[in-house]
Design a protein around this ligand. Sequence first.
Ligand SMILES: [Zn+2]
Length: 337
Amino acid sequence: MHSGLVNPIDLSRDGRQAGHLAIPYSVDRSPYYQIRIPILRLKNGEGPSLLLMAGNHGDEYEGELQLGRLMRRLDITKIRGAVTILPMANLPAVMAAKRCSPFDGGNLNRAFPGDPAGTPTARLAHFLEHDLFPRHDAVLDLHSGGTSMAHLPCTLIERQANAARFARSVALMRAMGAAHAFIADNGPAAPTSMGAAGRAGTIGLSGEFGGGGTVTPESMAFTAAAIDRLLMALGIADAPVLSRVPLAAPPALQLLSLSRHSQGIHADRRGWFEPAVPLGATVSAGDLAGWYHDLERLEQPEEELRFAESGIVISHRLHCDSQAGDCLIQVAEPIDG
Ligand SMILES: [Zn+2]
């Protein structure tokens, strides 16, 4: 076997199945090497089915750590229906502590619908969209800002043409209990996991659960609560599995929209960025967003960067050192609904 993806899991079977998805990929060190992606399947009779995945981007750790923990903790006798867990979907990226796979440069969240004869990342995307996603009622793909970005914690769905499925997606996103959420408009051909979920006819849920290539007690608690609330909202579990404290009533949900280039400030040259406002701040057009320093021309005053649009600060670059094209800071527009 020199191509494709080998799946050892029988999704129709009751019981606990642990194994690895295997993607053959010949490398210098090992002519018959396989990328081995851990997968766990628990199925206890008929009922709702949920796919939980993280490590779509390798350097986003809240989901990777919590789903690894969930694999160890979830008791099959205490669930109804089925749960499939992929804690490190793009395994080469996870092991390299990078956003994209070092083997093929593949960004899994831009690789859908994939290609069964393509690079490892393309083969994985094809398997997820065509084989795994359609066999589940819902998919939760856990993201964060990654190494270079701080992100306001939020949940996320993509708008779908199917009205009933979209309404169910909004209800489940609300049930996950975040204070902020996005409804993205990326269109039916989106190369993202959420686009893939829509094409696969399943409910796609996602979110930005932290950032900075690290985890904090707050980001881990937010992630645990979101997973627990989703398992209970779907009727798979009756009680929290991951949360260390009883789940409080969720905060009111503020919906956000990010749809215009002008909501972000992008670097136009090499420079060093200093933000002036924290994540979550409410700002108006014209407010100071930060300063752009030039450490190669210290006699030049730092440039004042000002927001072109009003809204809530949802992300900013963590690496001061920036190049032309880097997004330095973004605001999202609060919307009703
Ligand atoms: Zn991501």
